[in-house]
Design a protein around this ligand. Structure first.
Ligand code: 13P
Length: 668
């Protein structure tokens, strides 16, 4: 995950304003389910244990619709939390009036603010009223947005650090979930948020295959975007629940009185065709439990075609078997939505049958993720919850994640790694040409100051010129190689002291062209990295597989060996100034680029090796992609979760190309 978490900031003596999801069910003053409170405890305890103090905020229920009721005050939650932590929690009855209580806080103290939704500007939702003109409505909406900023600024003023641990509301751009980050510099994820994003993110972006998604629930129209997005990711898509009948209708089956959205039949046809085109297995019910009415006591039978006058309310036994076989063979399963009306016993076998199959995945070494209120409820009811890898706390948020949407509450948090784009000029440009190009770049790249890190790496004889022209600009200079010795009889080589003297900041090490033509090995790469660190130069370490290696399926093995060789004996602290450039050799200078998905999968693998070796520090290492990155593909490559920029060859040799590539890459 490319977002900072509580682990990445110093908490000692700091006030942390934390958005949690304490939207728990309360009836007559009693909390009916405290899962969400327990879910936030790791983040809460971490802040307190590390010398910080905490101001907690949350929404509870929908006071905008129902008005303020005893079931929407967070006072009850504050008392429960105090009991759980065994220490006082100061409750503030108005979230916008906490100055005095916050000023009195000492490290280890906790303040809990009243329901943020008692202020309508938290959500700033506006519906046009009867008789209200378009203009008045627009003005009212704009005024509400302004009030939202005022509330967000007030909430931000309580803390030094903002932490969002409320995944369940991360799909909302509210004052306390997203707008607040405009008024506070440090914004990080809590551990619950981190866990949700890691599970859902790696399932969608980098699944261990076979990847099977199961979608159910009443309506196709609720899941249009999910079906479309998942078809591009999964090996098998299973559809059950009410939404299956629209698909069955699209295939010409009879659906009787079952739920069927006629206006979505064409969409279903389109998705069936898309699945075929992509080679994705799309599984639909082969038999159905039908009822003569929507009633727990209805007459039922099992059919392959739904007769007139009957409605399908669950998948049949053959379908349970078909779906279960596909699920059990999967290594990654995502499930959202029940298979039938499982609240009624007669129509619950499908959903619970699927529960049992999904529960086997974890035991077989796979990953199972459950999202969405109804499927989570079914899993809890089945008693199999502890057999699932991850049960998401966010229904709507997890669905939007599966749709491929960016969640505003996540997007607003600080990135862990900055984007870094460097030009490797290789053996091109004389000193005179370097001067001309650097002058152009100095002017055209100034617009990206503060938005990303930029460097150019000319050949040795041009370094002094580049350093001179780019002095004081936002464009840094790097060399293309360094020798490991301090000095001596190494004809044609250059030392760290020499590079330092000339004023460069970066140095490329282990480029595949050096490995291929000049005998570079993992061992010499390791020695050069150590020399660069000794002289305070920042290494850009290149790794990558050849075409032959990729085609014979050993890419990850090759990269693992290169990483372990290059960084042998280095510590987590050493990794702080190191950049890795993943450059598939077959893509360099060939015009062939790894597709964004292929590149992302490899970057995710590199990230996992770095985390294994260096823990959290491995997650902070910037990993660039290199190999035919151009203005036309930089956006889609750098948009990927684990691709943090690029090492550019050909497209770095013209100011216009390099500028356009960066502009598109960072979306400026
Ligand atoms: P191209 O961008 O020309 O493919 O080169 C990539 C590279 O080798 C950068 O180091």
């Amino acid at each position: 995950m490319n977002k900072k978490t509580l682990r990445d900031v110093c908490l000692k003596g700091k006030k942390v304003i934390m958005r949690v999801d304490f939207n728990v069910p309360i009836k007559e003053g009693v909390i009916k389910d405290d899962t969400r409170i327990k879910g936030a405890l790791p983040s809460i305890k971490y802040v307190l244990d590390n010398g910080g103090s905490l101001i907690l905020m949350s929404h509870l229920g929908r006071p905008d619709e129902k008005g303020i009721t005893p079931d929407t005050t967070l006072k009850i939650v504050a008392d429960d939390l105090a009991k759980k932590l065994g220490k006082p929690v100061v409750f503030v009855p108005d979230c916008a009036e906490a100055d005095a209580q916050v000023a009195a806080m000492k490290p280890g103290d906790i303040v809990m603010l009243e329901n943020t939704r008692y202020h309508k500007e938290e959500q700033a939702k506006a519906k046009q009223k009867d008789g209200e003109s378009d203009e008045d409505f627009k003005a009212r909406k704009a005024a509400l947005k302004e009030q939202q900023k005022v509330l967000a600024k007030k909430l931000a003023s309580y803390g030094d650090i903002y932490c969002n641990d409320a995944f369940g509301t991360a799909h909302r751009a509210h004052a306390s979930t997203a707008v607040i980050t405009k008024y506070i510099d440090t914004a990080v994820a809590g551990f619950l948020m981190e866990k949700e994003i890691q599970y859902l993110g790696s399932a969608v972006e980098n699944p261990v295959r076979p990847f099977v998604a199961i979608l159910g629930g009443a309506k196709v129209s609720d899941k249009l975007a999910v079906v479309k997005n998942l078809l591009n990711k999964v090996d098998t898509l299973i559809i059950g629940g009410g939404m299956a009948y629209t698909f069955l209708k699209a295939l010409g089956h009879s659906v009787g009185n079952s739920l069927c959205e006629l206006d979505q039949v064409d969409y279903a046809k389109e998705m069936i065709a898309k699945a075929k085109e992509l080679g994705v297995k799309l599984l639909l019910p082969v038999d159905t439990v039908v009822a003569d009415k929507f009633d727990p006591e209805a007459n039922t039978k099992i059919v392959t075609e739904v007769p007139d006058g009957w409605m399908g309310l669950d998948i049949g036994p053959e379908t349970i078997k078909l779906y279960s076989d596909a699920i059990k063979s999967a290594k990654t399963v995502v499930w959202n939505g029940p298979m039938g009306c499982f609240e009624m016993e007669k129509f619950s076998k499908g959903t619970f049958g699927i529960c049992e199959a999904v529960a086997e995945v974890k035991g077989n070494g796979g990953i199972s993720i459950i999202g969405g209120g109804d499927s989570v409820a079914a899993v809890n009811k089945s008693g199999l919850a502890d057999k699932m890898s991850h049960i998401s706390t966010g229904g709507g948020a997890s669905l939007e994640f599966l749709e491929g949407k960016v969640l505003p509450g996540v997007a607003a948090l600080n990135d862990l790694r900055k984007v870094f784009i460097a030009g490797n000029w290789k053996m091109n440009k004389t000193a005179a040409e370097t001067k001309a190009l650097c002058e152009e770049l100095k002017a055209s790249l100034a617009q990206f100051d503060g938005k990303c890190e930029i460097a150019v790496c000319p050949t040795f004889t041009s370094l002094a010129t580049a350093v001179e022209v780019l002095k004081g600009s936002n464009v840094k200079v790097g060399a293309q190689n360094i020798h490991w010795a301090d000095n001596g009889a190494f004809t044609g080589e250059i030392s760290g002291a020499m590079l330092k003297e000339v004023g460069v900041e970066y140095v490329i090490i282990g480029h595949s062209e050096r490995r291929q033509y000049f005998g570079e090995t993992d061992e010499t790469v390791n020695k050069r990295i150590k020399a660069a660190l000794k002289y305070g130069l920042k290494p850009i370490v290149c790794i990558g597989e050849t075409l032959e290696e990729r085609e014979s399926g050993v890419t990850n093995k090759v990269l693992d060996k290169q990483i372990k060789g290059a960084f042998a004996d280095l510590t987590a602290d050493d990794m702080a100034t190191i950049t890795i450039a993943y450059e598939p050799v077959w893509a360099i200078g060939t015009g062939k680029t790894a597709t964004p998905d292929v590149a992302q999968a490899t970057h995710a693998f590199i990230r996992s090796v770095l985390i294994d070796l260096f823990g959290a520090a491995g997650n902070r290492v910037v990993v660039q992609y290199g190999g035919s990155m151009k203005p036309g593909n930089s956006a889609e490559l750098i948009a990927k979760e684990d691709i943090d920029g690029g090492l550019i060859g050909g497209a770095a040799l013209k100011a216009a190309d390099f500028t356009e590539l960066i502009k598109n890459g960072i979306g400026a």
